[in-house]
Write a protein that binds this ligand. Structure first.
Ligand code: PEP
Ligand code: MG
Length: 576
């Protein structure tokens, strides 16, 4: 039955394809007594063989796409399946107790899991427990005839439907097959949404109920520009969406013509248009979209993609390849911003009521736990500085003491490297992200000590409005054009300029087409955004006059009371 849902438009583009539900399967079963235990043993054998075949495929695919080291986790899973001791215990349980295979499997594997988990300080054994838990789920699914979804195994065109997608789920999506994704929860600035934009996968988040409305294989029409999704569309609706997809492609072809053009306004002023990246692989998008710099390299993805902390050498190679790839153009590298929705499988952080307000980012780097991680990263960065124009930026700075402490560690590592005879660039700008209101308010003082600011509006807006960026129920409070946010941004930019420093923005607001005219008027120097937003922003800037935009910005911060009033004013000043 045709049904239409509205969500938050998270990544531009339009697609029509079958739904692929990436949800947890229902693995509940009832324990029953059986007459013929041999039937249950055969069922178990079949489920084990199917699981093993599946794991082999997943392993091969992981080795191809992620590398041999990442693939090894599946070897461990296959070893569990072929453990003769465990398999014979399950069969024994079936014949002794005359129970179904599901019940026998669960009882024996639970016993092993309990035993391994009890060995509290043995990391290796706890990992075995996790492997057994994973494998048991797979075998149970086969016994029950339900499918375990696996995004890395998708090999036909689909729209992925999920309750939520973690950044690591998103990283596994193959854009050749995944034509779009739609989730129940999430906001425009959650990291899976940000990643969808770099992967150029159309996306809608925060529909609240897509997983309960759509069945596997049902046709979906998705418009990531408007945030509309239609389940089981009529022929007419399909044509409408396909038309919208064609229009979008035409529009993109127009923007593409500006790829090698300068970013110059109607009155001849230049702004720097930079791209946000998560991994060196994203450089392709940076070049394809004609970015003039990298304004934010989110290095935590380097940590999230690895099975353990990346070494100084691994990091050095990654940073060097980005600096070289940008051929002397500026690259702002942000030190690790772990925590919030960015977790590491190998770093156990305490459970917190409010992770976005908790132990994250620079707070970890400056603590005892993070000290050596942070110094390793600084050393890798300093070594890489010889290969391009590096700028270093600290995330989540709340106080000047935090900045001073981080800067001191940076200076210490720099001196050590110089003493060791390592080549380090003479001048590396060291700046901070402005994403905590306290730092925004005190920007005039910070500006005396830092080399630059980059305004992280994804967090700055969530903290200023006290509205969780991951929570679709309060997503209406993500208001980049609210006069309160504009006043903060204006204060930050003016404070930087008073001290002769530059101010950029790397939050999603920098590429928001309604915000751009305001930010031009405020005098922001650098705009860093998802690479896919660069050309449309260049096209917009080309037809706007900065004097007129300055008047717009002044009126917005002094006369407007609501976001809607600001929007109306922007429309008035930018009408073609
Ligand atoms: C921000 O907060 O605006 C930002 C750019 O950082 P992140 O989205 O990674 O938190
Ligand atoms: Mg942030």
């Amino acid at each position: 039955m045709v049904e239409m849902l509205k969500g938050i438009a998270a990544s531009d583009g339009v697609a029509v394809a079958k739904a692929y539900l990436l949800t947890q399967p229902d693995l509940t079963f009832t324990k029953v007594t059986v007459e013929d235990t041999s039937v249950e043993e055969t069922r178990l054998d079949e489920a084990l063989t199917m699981s093993s075949g599946e794991l082999q495929k997943i392993r091969d695919k992981a080795a191809q796409t992620l590398g041999e080291e990442e693939a090894q986790v599946f070897d461990a899973h296959m070893m569990v399946l072929s453990d003769p001791e465990m398999v014979s215990q399950i069969k024994q349980n079936i014949s002794d107790n005359k129970v179904n295979a599901e019940a026998a499997l669960k009882e024996v594997t639970d016993m092993y899991i309990g035993m391994f988990e009890a060995m509290e300080d043995n990391e290796y054994m706890r990992e075995r427990a996790a492997d057994i838990r994973d494998v048991t789920k797979r075998v149970l699914a086969h016994l029950l005839g339900v499918t375990i979804a696996d995004p890395s195994m998708i090999d036909e065109e689909v729209v992925v439907v999920a309750h939520d997608l973690t950044p690591s789920d998103t990283a596994q999506l193959d854009r050749n097959f995944v034509k779009a994704f739609v989730t129940d929860i999430g906001g425009r600035t959650s990291h899976s949404a940000i990643m969808a934009r770099s992967l150029e996968i159309p996306a809608i988040v925060g529909t609240k109920e897509i997983t309960s409305k759509v069945k596997n294989g049902e046709l979906l029409a998705v418009n990531g520009i408007e945030g509309d999704v239609v389940i089981d569309p009529t022929e007419e609706q399909k044509t409408e969406f396909i038309q919208a997809a064609e229009n979008f492609e035409k529009q993109k072809a127009e923007w593409d013509k500006l790829k090698n053009a300068q970013t110059v306004t109607a009155d001849g002023k230049h702004f720097e248009l930079a791209a946000n990246i998560g991994t060196p692989k994203d450089l392709e998008g940076v070049h394809n979209n004609g970015a003039e710099a990298v304004g934010l390299y989110r290095t935590e993805f380097l940590y999230m993609d690895a099975p353990d902390f990346p070494t100084e050498e691994d990091q050095f190679e990654a940073y060097k390849s980005v600096l070289e790839g940008m051929d002397g153009k500026p690259v702002v590298v942000r030190t690790m911003d772990i925590g919030g929705d960015k977790k590491l499988s190998y770093l156990q952080l305490p459970d917190e009521m409010n992770p976005f307000l908790g132990y994250r980012a620079l707070r970890i780097s400056l603590s005892e736990l993070g000290d050596s991680m942070f110094r390793t990263q600084l050393r890798a960065l300093l070594r890489a500085s010889a290969f391009g124009q590096l700028r270093i930026m600290f995330p989540m700075v709340a106080t000047l003491q935090e900045f001073r402490q981080a800067k001191k560690m940076y200076e210490e590592e720099r001196q050590k490297l110089i003493d060791e005879g390592v080549t380090v660039a003479d001048k590396i700008e060291v700046g901070i992200m402005i994403e905590i209101p306290a730092a925004a308010v005190l920007a005039d003082q910070f500006a005396k000590e830092v080399d630059f600011f980059s305004i992280g509006t994804n967090d700055l807006i969530q903290y200023t409005m006290a509205a969780d960026r991951m929570n679709e129920r309060v997503s209406y409070l993500y208001q980049p054009y609210n006069p309160s946010i504009l006043r903060l941004v204006k204060h930050v930019v003016e404070s930087a300029h008073k001290e002769g420093k530059w101010a950029g923005m790397c939050g999603e607001m920098a590429g928001d087409q309604t915000a751009v005219p305001l930010l031009m008027g405020i005098g922001l120097d650098e705009f860093s955004m998802s690479a896919t937003s660069i050309l449309k922003t260049r096209s917009l800037m080309k037809r706007l006059d900065t004097t007129k935009m300055a008047e717009l910005a002044n009126r917005a911060v002094s006369e407007c009371v609501t976001m809607e009033e600001v929007q109306a004013l922007v429309e008035e000043y930018t009408a073609e």
